[in-house]
Design a protein around this ligand. Structure first.
Ligand SMILES: [Zn+2]
Length: 356
């Protein structure tokens, strides 16, 4: 689709991962059918109704589209409902921009530059940081091939890109074959050849993300620590001191889990750096090129000289030098959906012309 290439919006002023792109095709034959046969409108009236039509953001971003919308990666797509080919198919490109200090200026500039009229539509929606996190996890899950061993590394890379967007994780992960928990580092990460060592908090969040992505596909979730039930996961996170450091003192697994999600969703770093459009597309490539990579399950980690006892002690928060728990902000996040209607308008015009 060469014509759509040159019309892509310039998103270079947005920090990586703050814009997620969606493409949905709509079958004009089906739309005309709905308006003329089902609603009984004359073609002319149908056309003027259709021109005004814009799908809801759910229809544009949902992965299970219904007639007349559909998703496809096919180069020569056909409507799955009526079999119509290219000239009947129009595309909506939707850009979901996460509101916030890092994107507000770029968003205003971008919107100002767009052609006036009905070619673009901007829809604002309030979301909360939890919903943003789950949306991100959902997109991540769809883009990872969970049957490939390398997905654990891909998930870790995507998480780190969100957590520390200034680092070029794509480049680092080209060489990395194993991710381990470091006993020395208290923050950040350190590379040692093909191994990447993460400070316990980063490591804890990485396995939490892996658990969240894979738990719906299997019993428990698959992580760098192997397959874990929720209880196992909580035990690991307590053992590495993560629960203490973020101030989770509850014992009930359900409550701990809720607090973990709230924390993950709402910590400052998180809502500022955000999801994954661009980065996930790199992730897809990464998965393909990473075939055959062996992933360590952490059995040979650098965990030395740590007994189970020290885990118990640390869970009682005896250590005086604990850093401040991350501040939790449950601030609603604003999402801006920028809907490109140009292809839809042009195609429906030419389709109508062929009708008349
Ligand atoms: Zn159709």
């Amino acid at each position: 689709m060469a014509t759509t290439k040159k019309r892509e919006l310039d998103l270079k002023d947005f920090p990586p991962g703050t814009v997620t792109e969606f493409t949905t095709l709509v079958c004009l034959a089906c739309i005309f059918d709905i308006f003329t046969k089902q609603l009984g409108l004359a073609p002319r009236t149908a056309f003027s109704e259709i021109k005004r039509h814009t799908p809801t953001t759910e229809e544009l971003t949902s992965r299970s589209a219904t007639r007349p919308y559909f998703d496809t990666d096919d180069k020569h797509p056909h409507c799955p409902y009526c079999g119509s080919t290219k000239r009947w198919l129009a595309r909506f490109d939707t850009y979901c921009i996460e509101g916030g200090k890092t994107t507000d200026a770029a968003r205003r500039t971008l919107i100002k530059k767009l052609p006036k009229g009905d070619q673009f539509l901007v829809v604002e929606k309030k979301s909360d940081s939890r919903a943003v996190l789950f949306e991100w996890l959902d997109t991540l899950g769809v883009n990872l091939d969970l049957t490939e061993g390398s997905w654990l590394l891909d998930a870790t890379r995507n998480y780190l890109s969100r957590r520390e967007p200034k680092t070029n994780w794509g480049e680092i992960f080209e060489e990395i074959r194993a991710v381990r928990r470091s006993n020395r580092l208290t923050e950040g990460s350190e590379r040692d050849g093909i191994r990447l060592f993460l400070a316990p908090d980063l490591y804890g969040e990485a396995i939490l993300i892996q658990y969240l992505v894979s738990r719906s596909h299997t019993h428990g979730g698959l992580t760098l620590e192997g397959r874990l039930t929720l209880m196992d996961l909580i035990r690991r996170l307590r053992y590495i001191g993560y629960l203490d450091r973020i101030g989770i003192t509850e014992r009930d697994p359900g409550e701990v889990f809720e607090k973990l999600i709230d924390h993950l969703a709402a910590t400052r770093d998180w809502s500022r750096t955000s999801p994954a459009g661009k980065d996930l597309s790199r992730g897809r490539a990464g998965t393909a090129s990473g075939r055959g990579k062996k992933v360590s399950t952490g059995s040979g980690s650098d965990r030395v000289g740590r007994s189970k006892k020290s885990a118990k002690e640390s869970s009682k928060s005896k250590t005086p030098a604990l850093p401040e728990p991350d501040e939790i902000i449950t601030e609603p996040v604003k999402l801006y959906y920028l809907i490109d209607r140009r292809d839809f308008l042009e195609k429906s015009k030419s389709v109508y012309a062929s009708y008349a």
